[in-house]
Design a protein around this ligand. Structure first.
Ligand code: CP
Length: 325
């Protein structure tokens, strides 16, 4: 295996799991982002760093971006991948426990990325794995690699992750990407949040009591996107999470609560950045895809680069710069 020296990265990430954003210190998060920026600039330099290593992608829930970007990331680092995109193709269908599945897969691989519909499944998996586990989404709980993607995208246009007014719009109750990004951005100074949702889809109380209030980050709640949008630096749109609803009727009533279109974009400033973790359904009109403020496909690409950085660091394939360990 070829190892190379990365700038400003930390030795401390080798062998670690990432279950939620708080698992890494701010310095460690920044180290992943800095390495990702280096990879964006010079991907050829990293095409061999994971040669001989194997990533498992275990997806118990549907995915396009997360699973494929993890696999593309490992392959672009020179490693290989195995796994399943459908749990019924694994011995889970025969009743095998998650603990046994993870223990088994960790005997074959160097790092595991797992998505599971149950909150807490990734933490449980990390306790039964011999290799690092990366949470690729656990129910309505967390999605930390989407957060790394979001932070990298924000840094690319704003040059910073602090001092920003960030609007979160849509399904703030079930949207795990919102929970993770709120948690991460609360750690940077000077940010403020505008939480835009129908009352039924407000951010969970535990995020308010355990994240927003202790961090002291200023936040307001409102129901009209038109009111919020003129003051925002970043607008984080989200899909109403159909798969987390208990009944279809509520979903149908709430699914089109917000639709970002040209008329609403005309109320925003020229420096607004629109993010969306995707997939989208109706909440962003395709008519704004060509607006330079629409960043969601840039986000898609950055998701692969940031996962390259994360895989390289967790597997110890990139060594810290001399003197920084
Ligand atoms: N953003 C995201 O998690 O997309 P997928 O569900 O397609 O992986």
């Amino acid at each position: 295996m070829k190892t190379i020296i990365g700038k400003n990265t930390e030795a401390g990430l080798k062998g670690r799991s990432l279950i939620e954003p708080d698992d890494f210190s701010l310095k460690e998060l920044e180290a992943v982002l800095t390495l990702a920026e280096q990879i964006v600039k010079n991907p050829e330099q990293y095409m061999d760093v994971c040669r001989g290593k194997i990533l498992a992608t275990l997806f118990f829930e549907p995915s396009t971006r997360t699973r494929l970007s993890f696999e593309a990331a490992m392959q672009r680092l020179g490693g290989t991948t195995l796994g399943f995109a459908e749990p019924n193709a694994s011995s889970t269908a025969k009743g095998e426990s998650l603990a046994d599945t993870i223990h088994t897969v960790s005997c074959y691989t160097d790092v595991i990325a797992m998505r599971n519909p149950k909150e807490g499944a990734a933490l449980l998996a990390s306790r039964h794995s011999e290799v690092p586990v990366i949470n690729a989404g656990d129910g309505g709980h967390h999605h930390p690699t989407q957060t790394l993607t979001d932070l990298l995208t924000i840094r690319s246009v704003k040059g910073k992750s602090e001092g920003l007014t960030v609007g979160f719009c849509g399904d703030l109750k079930f949207g795990r990407t919102v929970h993770s990004l709120v948690k991460a951005l609360s750690r940077y100074p000077g940010n403020r949040f505008v939480l835009i949702s129908p009352s039924e889809l407000e951010i969970p109380d535990y995020i308010v009591s355990r994240v927003l209030k202790p961090s002291g980050v200023p936040f307001t709640t409102m129901s009209r996107l038109e009111e919020a949008i003129p003051d925002l630096d970043i607008l984080y749109m989200t899909r109403v999470q159909k798969e987390r609803f208990f009944n279809e009727e509520d979903y149908v009533r709430l699914k089109d609560s917000y639709i970002l279109d040209k008329a609403k974009m005309n109320l925003a400033g020229p420096e607004l950045g629109v993010l969306h973790p995707l997939p989208r359904v109706n909440e962003i009109s395709t008519e704004i895809d060509s607006d330079p403020r629409a960043l969601y496909f840039k986000q898609v690409k950055y998701g692969m680069y940031v996962r390259m950085a994360l895989i390289a660091l967790l597997t110890g394939s990139i060594l810290p710069e001399a003197g920084k360990a």
